[in-house]
Design a protein around this ligand. Structure first.
Ligand code: KMH
Ligand code: ZN
Length: 280
């Protein structure tokens, strides 16, 4: 299944594109809040941050200048790997989603197929997937292939067969589980998707909502890595809202310690994903 590293890559997804600050006050929606969140999550054990930005109206924002500013600020203030979302929100155009790469992140998400997304549809046609994959290789950006369904693992295999490996040859996927319309956040689904990945691929998993803990525990036991954050989970336990993103990273790091696969530092995460060490 891949992913048999001695440590655990913990990615924090602090904001997402769907929840509102009014509903979830702990959501970091300004650049200052994002940087403060990144520092706290770094201290708690995160190695990478998965970034969505918001505009003044709290909507998904793919403004190229703001994205560049965010990547620069996160690199200046932390040593986290910076992963930009090319998924954006369901209403974002393909052109804007592709232009995200101009901000030169370390990594970006590439979702490997269309999926029902609650009452909406998250569109990821083959042509968009192949274009993002090719652009990432051209620009030296490490993709993280987002899989919302078992069929997306088949699309990832097809992509690598037809268009070759990503830059540095490392294939890393992220299983996003429990989205209404996607695969369920269950141990059985973790095992099925992990088994369907291309040989040698590594993977993280995140469970939306109440599937957060079952998915994290299943992922650790199956050799996978962890993504946590308010993008996916707003309840820490039944009836108890998450305090902030760092609380979710702390819990993930504690689980990784228990599994005797402690959190990878950003430098170790960089090596794990095949990226060159930073010069600082
Ligand atoms: N906001 C979702 C529609 C990604 O970041 O690449 C898409 C998403 C996936 O969050
Ligand atoms: Zn995302």
């Amino acid at each position: 299944m891949g992913g048999d590293t001695a440590g655990t890559l913990i990615t924090v997804a602090p904001t997402g594109a769907e929840l509102t600050k009014a509903d979830v006050p702990a959501l970091p929606t300004t650049l200052d809040e994002l940087v403060a969140t990144a520092k706290a999550c770094r201290a708690a054990g995160a190695g990478m941050i998965h970034v969505h930005l918001r505009d003044e109206q709290d909507r998904s924002c793919l403004d190229p200048i703001r994205l560049r500013d965010a990547v620069d600020a996160l690199h200046a203030e932390t040593d986290l790997l910076v992963q930009l979302s090319t998924g954006g929100g369901v209403g974002d155009s393909f052109a804007d989603r592709i232009a995200v790469l101009d901000a030169a992140p370390d990594s970006c998400s590439i979702t490997c197929g269309t999926v029902n997304f609650g009452d909406e549809v998250f569109l990821n046609p083959w042509a968009l997937i192949t274009l993002l994959h090719a652009e990432c290789r051209e620009r030296g950006i490490v993709p993280e292939y987002e899989l919302f369904d078992l069929g997306h693992a088949a699309t990832l295999a097809r992509l690598l067969d037809a268009h070759g490996a990503p830059v540095h040859g490392r294939v890393h996927a992220d299983l996003v589980m429990g989205v209404p319309g996607g695969m369920p956040g269950t141990t059985a689904a973790v095992v099925a998707v992990a088994a369907a990945l291309p040989a040698g691929a590594t993977w993280s998993a995140t469970g939306v909502g109440r599937s957060a803990l079952p998915v994290a525990l299943a992922a650790l036991s199956a050799g996978g890595h962890l993504r946590v954050g308010l993008e996916d989970t707003v309840s820490y336990a039944k009836g108890r809202p998450v305090r902030d993103n760092a609380e979710l990273v702390e819990r993930a790091a504690a689980l990784a310690d228990l599994a005797q696969r402690p959190a990878l530092s950003p430098a170790a995460a960089r090596a794990f994903l095949g990226l060159e060490p930073t010069s600082v």
